[in-house]
Design a protein around this ligand. Structure first.
Ligand code: F6R
Length: 259
């Protein structure tokens, strides 16, 4: 796991966008794994600017991580709608190349299997962007999630509903259930870039990077992945014991290595 501590959200966005741009240069039909929430928004803005300068997404395939159960089509809080509004609709990714779990499926287990199958059929995710919940969740794999889990329905913890209430008109409107890629699903992405900013993420970052691998911090399962990049601002990195070592490693790393 590589931990990169940067002065703020903007350099984080630039570095993540550099990795995506480098991937698309090598593989124009790459499969991107997209997160919603606040953390990736500066990355999406940076990619939109690069698209205006010529970065082409026309052959990109994209899979979102998760979706609320039961929101009506077009609901502004639905992750299908959020990802279209914040990113895929602002660059030239064809709508038919954007896939997400079906939060309205009558047969949820069948929809989850179909989603997993669609990821497999696309050849797997090349680069997965992740945010981090204050309770250590990735996707909507809340504490206690099986470290081997696949796409399935989950119940949100109340803190996550409160954290996300800002995207709805009130807390009561935030669904209790979601469909999320499992931790086992996320681990199959070839490169994972996790973004975390702000002091409210510091404890979860510490548990993710330096804690034991344990279901109480689902993100800690990323310690088992061979290619994870964790991009942090100073506040999110403030509880890390080895922060100086991570800074030194990144500063002295051969530039040809990239992320
Ligand atoms: C979003 C997702 C969540 C968020 C996490 C952090 O698709 O899967 O895991 O990444 O809740 O959210 P923000 O970035 O809003 O702090």
């Amino acid at each position: 796991m590589e931990v990169v501590i940067l002065p703020g959200g903007r350099p984080i966005a630039v570095l993540a966008a550099d990795a995506i741009e480098a991937l698309l240069k090598n593989k124009p039909d790459a499969v991107l794994g997209l997160a919603t929430g606040s953390s990736p928004l500066p990355v999406y803005e940076e990619l939109e600017q690069r698209h205006r300068r010529g970065l082409d997404f026309s052959r990109v395939r994209a899979f979102t991580l998760d979706e609320y159960v039961g929101l009506p089509p077009g609901h502004p809080g639905s992750y299908r709608e959020v990802i279209r509004r914040e990113f895929t609709g602002r660059v030239n990714i064809s709508p038919e190349n954007v896939h997400g779990p079906d939060g309205q499926a009558a047969d949820v287990p069948a929809a989850c299997r179909a989603f997993e199958e669609a990821i497999r059929a696309a050849g797997g995710v090349d680069l997965q962007l992740l945010g981090l919940g204050t309770d250590g969740h990735i996707g909507f794999n809340e504490p206690g999630s099986s470290l081997a889990s696949r796409t399935r329905i989950k119940t949100l913890v109340e803190q996550t509903r409160r954290d996300n209430a800002r995207f709805f008109s009130n807390l009561a409107e935030v669904p209790h259930h979601v469909i999320t890629q499992g931790l086992g699903t996320i681990l199959e992405a070839r490169h994972v870039i996790l973004l975390a900013t702000g002091a409210q993420k510091a404890q979860a970052v510490r548990d993710l990077v330096e804690g034991p691998v344990a279901a109480i911090c689902p993100a800690s399962v990323l310690q088992l992945h061979p290619h994870v990049t964790v991009l942090l601002d100073e506040a999110a990195a403030s509880s890390l014991r080895l922060a100086d070592y991570y800074r030194h490693s990144y500063d002295s790393k051969p530039r040809w290595q990239g992320l």
